[in-house]
Design a protein around this ligand. Sequence first.
Ligand SMILES: Cc1cc2nc3c(=O)[nH]c(=O)nc-3n(C[C@H](O)[C@H](O)[C@H](O)COP(=O)(O)O)c2cc1C
Length: 469
Amino acid sequence: MLYNDLRGWMEKVDEFGEMRTVEGCDWKYEMGAVSEVYARNPPYSAILFDKIKDYPAGHRVLVGVHHQSLKRQCLTTHLPLDYDRNQFIQAWRQRLNNPTYIPPRVVDSGPVMENVFDGDDVDLFSLPVPHWHEGDGGRYMGTAHLVITRDMDEGWVNIGCYRVMVHDKNTLALYISPGKQGRIIRQKYFDQGRPCPVAISFGDDPLLLTAAANSLPWGKSEYDYAGGIRGQAVDVVIGKHTGLPIPAFSEITIEGECYPDNQRPEGPYGEWTGYYASGERTEPIIKVKRLMHRNRPILTGAPSSRPPGGSDDNLVRSAFIWDHMEKAGVPDIRGVACFQGRFFTAVSIKQRYPGHAKQAGFVAAQCGAGAYLGRYIVVVDDDIDPYDLNDVTWAMCTRSDPQADIDFIRRAWSGPLDPVIPRDKKGFSTRAVIDATRPYEWMKDYPKVSGSSEEMKELAVKKYGKFFK
Ligand SMILES: Cc1cc2nc3c(=O)[nH]c(=O)nc-3n(C[C@H](O)[C@H](O)[C@H](O)COP(=O)(O)O)c2cc1C
């Protein structure tokens, strides 16, 4: 194990030069603007904010954990730091095929218990919670964090990342999109008229966030999954008020209850789609019973905005979709690439039989990792690099006939974040599955691709490359 917590991870990132510290920012709007300008533009560093206005030095906020950095994603997911995109995805595919699960280890105490506040002593504003964007409806404490709940019937612990806004010193808003496992678990409590116990952890080993943000099968805990990747159990303390396992090396945690009959306005929030699509709605609140944090705590954040500011888990999601497609029986997949968060997925296949392309497209559109809030799924032949949008759009323009090659899946899984669905109709959306492969029945007679052969190109470089140095 290279490191055990967020601080250890940050040290490693600092060693390879991808960490910057910014001092003196206002929690109101300034951290959001700096993140948008600097975390998402070269050199794509992770940014640690310190000496934040109104707060003591050492109360810090970290953003841009993975933004645009394959090296940081390799560090997080325990892969060699020099892996390229392809090696990264192949390694993840292997993992997904042979997953190892190591359950968390319960310990009596941990650094997160250095400062403990119960009941009236809880004050969420004691931490530099950012108001990220001018258009946001409040201060968002949870944008890159873990929301921990337990399924009341089966007893397993789920972790997801669902945004959390601060209402007042001990009240939070929790927004979970319809269909997410965390929402299904919460609803089971609500259906019985009971509050749902919740623990939230801010500032963890980023591997836990990667696990939390991806589609594990129902019943599999992200703790066990992350433990398997680390090769070592995650240390947890048992929450006094909820009995939930809480990362012992977390920077900041809260425990509380989320109520079925106590809702307050949540949002708007600048979402990963690049819009304020879900606007302001009422959502269940969490009453916080306990706040714990380390000395010099670090709150993690992932303020989103229009691309490239949205979700940056695309590589891991690509591997998940590839894996889910294979497990659903789609053969000869050569690549999967996600763009625009979840909205655009390109899949390349080696066509083996009539209907293979259609099968690939529909399964990619509806498998566990691909079903939520998609829009376009494009299937291309194996001579097209799905990661190269020029290649993908060339295939769309030259190998598909829109009238014949675009199919729709209507009333598919969407949600309030979908900007193209009007407010009063949110819930469903349509997928377009575009078959941009050469038509199977006359594939062999399809017009040849123009240009020089590989041999001629190699010769050109060998003989004339000197004129281009
Ligand atoms: C930075 C970040 C923020 C996210 N915010 C939300 C959110 O506010 N609400 C939500 O439902 N999903 C959000 N997600 C997506 C979920 O965390 C993701 O779909 C996860 O797999 C859900 O876990 P579950 O299937 O165990 O419920 C976010 C993901 C990331 C990476």
